[in-house]
Design a binder for this molecule. Structure first.
Ligand code: GLN
Length: 490
């Protein structure tokens, strides 16, 4: 395959153009990525389950659909699916020993929608166990590595999805974000990712971590690719009680809108202690670029930003402790051997199959919800959550979007937080507040720090995904950070 053609394949839009011109078939495209996964993934560990045969069969159907003139824009486009979206007949592990033997009996709504669009699922992507983590190190299947530097983490929890896209193992991937899990790995791996407004993408069949925060979304090299994939993932779903009924706009239709007059705020609260200097510099340069594109910078503050970590780390574990109660060794998932009685069965199945971090969350969650402590912790966290949401409401009275860093620094080395895992929670300082407020937020590549990618975060008003994608696309029309690829992808 020629270099130019190969390069075109590593984005959804590039592959789409070749498919439409019939310069490549969906089967050839799928084989290309399967081969790359086989060749490169042993170094990364971004894929838990490779579905080569199923993918080729889906690609054959996509080619047949195209031959009949029935292809849609995504027909024949390969993708990797974070391993917490249920896939009928294929293991859905959630990165846990608990679900290592779980073959989902049904498809998640997102799985169904992407299959309906004719997309080809290459396999299931590695992730932190039950999506709990910021580094992808808590996976039962082993840590995933950052293609920019394999001694570093890809970020978490959607580390597999991000590493794979960055290394060109799939043009796009699905991911989920409870406190930053789309944006942080996107930032660490130098790609784009958007967490939509809470309720925009159906959670049906998406294994629950913290139900009031979890939200699915796309990862890709470019904002344009994210717009295509989000359009296919989003929409009302009767099977998810928190699903929003608002119609899904064509996210690609507004990508080219000029930014003239757009108001953006860069809250000074983002630049508090602990922010890497090169990251801070990259955010300033990106802000200047937005101004050069005609946007207007306005002062805003998010005074409760500092409270987002303690608030998130009470609410998320509380919900997790309830959601994970279903894994009891009885109905599905891991079961211990030779149980003495029902208590032994439940206790040992859970003790043996959950990892350290998951246990830590269940213990924390159970504690903050317990009778004597509910008001002091959980009740108070809910009150602070309102204050955090109000900060955004106030800020959005004077700006259209908020801009800042995605993470305090670039990707850290594996095992950095081995001795003090709770310290890792601080990496979510800039991301968790958008989940607490239910707002859409995106990360796009915007620089390098110590030679590693830096993410620029864009936070928008409720249901304003189109605006975030528009700003990101305009930024990408005049910068080349999204075109940089790690050496390992060559
Ligand atoms: N790092 C955060 C946590 O560990 C967020 C994870 C996520 O968004 N799924 O909870």
């Amino acid at each position: 395959m020629s270099d130019m053609k190969e390069r075109a394949l590593d984005t959804l839009t590039g592959a789409q153009a070749l498919l439409e011109k019939k310069a490549i078939s969906a089967v050839e495209l799928t084989r290309h990525f399967v081969e790359r996964i086989k060749a490169i993934d042993p170094e990364l560990n971004s894929v838990i389950t490779l579905c080569a045969e199923e993918a080729i069969a889906q690609a054959e159907q996509a080619d047949a659909r195209r031959a009949r003139g029935e292809a849609g824009p995504l027909t024949g486009i390969p993708f990797l699916h974070k391993d917490l979206f249920c896939t009928r007949g294929i293991r859905t592990s959630c990165g846990s020993r608990m679900l290592d033997n779980f073959v989902a009996p049904y498809d998640a709504t997102v799985t169904e929608k992407l299959a309906g669009a004719g997309m080809v699922m290459l396999g299931k992507a590695n992730m932190d166990e039950f999506a709990m983590g910021s580094s992808n190190e808590t996976s039962f299947y082993g840590a995933c590595r950052n293609p920019w530097d394999v001694t570093r983490v890809p970020g978490g929890s959607s580390g597999g999805s991000a590493a794979a896209v960055a290394a060109g193992l799939a043009p796009v991937a699905t991911a989920t974000d409870t406190g930053g899990s789309i944006r942080l790995p996107a930032a660490f791996c130098g790609i784009s990712g958007i967490k939509p407004t809470y309720g925009r993408v159906s959670r049906y069949g998406m294994i629950a971590f913290a139900s009031s925060l979890d939200q699915g979304g796309p990862m890709a090299h470019t904002a344009e690719d994210c717009a295509h994939l989000l359009g296919a993932m989003a929409g009302f779903d009767m099977r998810d009680a928190t699903s929003l009924e608002d119609p899904v706009p064509d996210y690609t239709a507004t990508l080219d809108a000029p930014l003239t007059g757009l108001k953006f705020g860069v809250p000074k609260d983002f630049f508090a202690e602990g922010l890497d200097e090169e990251v801070a510099q990259a955010i300033e340069t990106a802000s200047a670029q937005l101004e050069a594109l005609g946007a207007i910078r306005v002062e805003v503050t998010l005074p409760h930003l500092r409270a987002s970590i303690p608030t998130y780390y009470v609410i998320a574990p509380a919900e997790a402790s309830s959601n994970l109660a279903r894994y009891d060794g009885v109905r599905f998932g891991y079961r211990c051997s030779d149980p003495q009685d029902i208590t032994d069965l439940i206790t040992r199945s859970r003790s043996e199959a959950f990892g350290e971090e998951v246990k830590r969350r269940i213990l924390t969650g159970t504690f903050v919800l317990s009778a004597g402590y509910y008001d002091a912790y959980y009740g108070r966290a809910l009150a602070v959550r309102k204050l955090i949401a109000q900060d955004f409401d106030t800020a959005f009275e004077s700006v259209d979007i908020i801009v800042g860093p995605t993470a305090p620094g670039p990707a850290f080395a594996l095992d950095t937080f081995a001795e003090d895992p709770v310290k890792m929670y601080l990496t979510d300082i800039f991301t968790a507040s958008a989940n607490l407020a239910g707002l859409p937020a995106m990360s796009i590549p915007a620089g390098l720090a110590a030679g590693l990618p830096v993410g620029l975060q864009l936070i928008g008003r409720r249901l304003d995904e189109a605006r975030l994608l528009n700003v990101a696309h305009q930024f990408q029309q005049t910068t080349d950070w999204h075109l940089k690829r790690p050496e390992l992808s060559q």
